[in-house]
Design a protein around this ligand. Structure first.
Ligand SMILES: O=C[C@@H](O)[C@@H](O)[C@H](O)CO
Length: 188
């Protein structure tokens, strides 16, 4: 992806974070990705790693309407995905998204187990959260113009613990330098 797209996404995230009262720590750890697909507005995500410890991790994320984080699962990480501002559609699959077998799966939403239609989006409003256990396939995209998404999890390992359904995906972007960087990303 182009450096100008990364800079624009970071500026947009900063403005929306500020408008919603989210103050970033000094020297934020930015992670902006198009998942290696080169269609950032369709498939992409802006992340800030707020806390990264061997036992736990907290992230703050930002995306535009319909900008999707594609279907993936983690073998080790358990995470809560939290809608912090805007509205977020989260789709869950109990098994390979290309070979759905069961109609409903049981998922914890706002701390309570609920039946959820396998492969169909659940809409989270600001303040709501969904708990994603290891091996549960998930994808998400905002349905509001902009969205702040929180993540609180067990240990995070983006190099080795993201398994995407689309085998063409790479977790970190290739960057084309078409303007000076606003910040250094954590993948650099
Ligand atoms: O579901 C999203 C999260 O697990 C992110 O933290 C991850 O980096 C996406 O690849």
């Amino acid at each position: 992806m182009k450096r100008s797209e990364i800079n624009y996404a970071i500026r947009s995230a900063l403005t929306f974070f500020e408008r919603n009262g989210w103050t970033l720590p000094p020297h934020p750890a930015w992670d902006v990705t198009d998942f290696g697909l080169g269609i950032f507005h369709r498939q992409g995500l802006v992340l800030v790693n707020l806390a990264v410890e061997p036992e736990y991790c907290e992230k703050l994320m930002y995306a535009w309407r319909d900008q999707t984080t594609p279907a993936h699962y983690h073998k080790l990480k358990k995470e809560d995905i939290i809608c912090r501002a805007g509205e977020l559609a989260v789709t869950l699959w109990g098994e390979d998204p290309g070979a759905i077998q069961q109609e409903y799966i049981s998922v914890k939403i706002n701390g309570k187990h609920q039946p959820v239609k396998n492969g169909e989006p659940v809409v989270l409003k600001a303040g709501e959260r969904i708990t994603i256990s290891p091996l549960l396939w998930h994808a998400f995209h905002p349905i509001s113009p902009e969205c702040i998404i929180g993540e609180v999890s067990t240990a995070n390992d983006d190099m080795n613990d993201n398994f995407f359904w689309n085998s063409e995906i790479g977790r970190f972007p290739e960057i084309e330098e078409d303007e000076p960087p606003l910040v250094k990303l954590l993948s650099e």
